[in-house]
Write a protein that binds this ligand. Structure first.
Ligand SMILES: Cc1ncc(COP(=O)(O)O)c(C=O)c1O
Length: 398
């Protein structure tokens, strides 16, 4: 007689991100516009880029949009446009992608890293004000809207006004994100910057980025700076860079922009699925520390409407000592995940000279050890979401 063993859980593979279903859905729209650009043989700036700039400016609620090479270069252009010089200081979070601090440092400016609010993973306004008080040559405040949720724009604008310095918002992960007033992030500060890296909610077919502003002077500066500082060809008023968005990317982005709201909705639906499942299992959101108990998982707190989280990433926290084992367990079940970001910027080797050593930004350091990003892309199927939840709960309850 044969005994029946408990069946192993059916394997539903869940990649962290799969861009192919999105492409399949819009292929018929994309291919003709890409062919049109190829037929025109006009690849650099030109009518496609201008049309995209008009459309994205309207979407983001800003007067001017300047397409550029990447989100990293958008930050450089923004800092150059406000006249950041070697020896100046810029306040920014440490818990972010490298480009935020890298752009500052590349200009010889000193990044002053500030700790984050554990509930939102975004730069803490109170700590920013405290750090600003110690700066001697503060040039700008640069919050990041991490993972697609708004930082406290009101607080940073008020602080910038009080100190007489501009706010540059790094919205690389936050196209379409709304702050607590319901305004699009990047639309109320001096300059907003975005990335169209393929993994972003609005991603192009390569690298691409954007600067946005409401001030005609900054608009003119950034337009000049992205073409080596010239307005009239071969006459250079400033030392700029080659920072242009190309027409093929603009053509792709124009099509994708039409679908962006439905993709945001898909991500929000998936996030709501996870939130409900984790909450039902006894977990709390990131406003609650470990001392609050419950299941040893914290799902991301989302600011209430009219704010809007666009979930470029859905990032949970688990106790540091279990995080990497959870990741390995999920990988065995063919479930993708990622650690954003394992080393905060103040602890990166290249920033040792700043002297903000271990222990200086405790929340950023804890998040680097405890966070794990789960699959969230809009085309995920219900059984895939369920497989992620089942995998995590199986691990945490074992
Ligand atoms: C917060 C943040 N800033 C800047 C960037 C840089 O954008 P890009 O990769 O387009 O250069 C990224 C990219 O991931 C980012 O996440």
């Amino acid at each position: 007689m044969t005994t029946l063993a408990t069946p192993a859980p059916a394997t539903v593979a869940v990649p962290l991100l799969d861009l192919k279903p999105q492409y399949q859905a819009i292929k018929a729209e994309i291919e003709p516009v890409v062919c049109k650009v190829m037929e025109s043989q006009m690849f650099i700036l030109g009518p496609e880029v201008e049309a995209f700039e008009r459309e994205i400016a309207e979407y983001c609620g800003m007067k001017h949009a300047i397409g550029c090479t990447s989100g990293s270069d958008a930050l450089l252009l923004a800092l150059m446009a406000i006249g950041a010089k070697p020896g100046d200081e810029v306040l920014c979070p440490s818990y972010t992608f490298f480009a935020t601090g890298g752009a500052i440092a590349r200009l010889g400016v000193k990044p002053v890293y500030v700790d984050i609010d554990p509930a939102t993973y975004n730069m803490c306004p109170k700590l920013t004000a405290a750090a600003a008080a110690k700066c001697r040559r503060l040039k700008a405040i640069m919050p990041v809207h991490l993972y697609g949720q708004s930082a406290d724009v009101d607080a940073f604008l008020a602080l910038g006004k009080q100190l007489g310095v501009p706010v540059i918002e790094d919205c690389a992960q936050a196209i379409g994100t709304r702050d607590v007033t319901g305004a699009m992030v990047g639309s109320r500060c001096a300059i907003g910057t975005w990335s169209f890296f393929p993994t972003k909610n609005l991603g192009c077919f390569g690298d691409g980025g954007l600067c946005g502003c409401n001030c005609p002077h900054l608009d003119e500066m950034m337009r000049m700076l992205r073409v080596h500082g010239s307005k009239v060809r071969y006459y250079h008023k400033h030392v700029g860079m080659n920072g242009r968005l190309d027409a093929l990317q603009a053509a792709v982005l124009r099509i994708k922009l039409r679908h962006l709201e439905s993709w945001h909705a898909g991500r929000a639906r998936n996030a709501a699925f996870y939130d409900a499942a984790f909450s039902k299992a006894g977990a709390m959101d990131t406003r609650h520390g470990w001392e609050a108990g419950g299941l040893a998982l914290r799902f991301p707190y989302a600011l209430p409407a009219p704010a809007r989280h666009v979930y470029n990433q859905y990032v949970i926290r688990v106790p540091a000592e279990r995080r990497d084992a959870l990741r390995a367990f999920l990988a065995e079940r063919k479930i993708g995940s990622e650690i954003y970001y394992p080393v905060p910027l103040h602890l990166q080797e290249c920033f040792e000279y700043l002297g903000q050593g271990p222990g200086s930004l405790p929340v950023s350091e804890a998040c680097a050890l405890e966070t794990i990003a789960l699959p969230i892309f809009p085309e995920l199927k219900q059984e895939q979401l369920q497989a992620v939840v089942d995998g995590i709960l199986a691990f945490l309850r074992a």
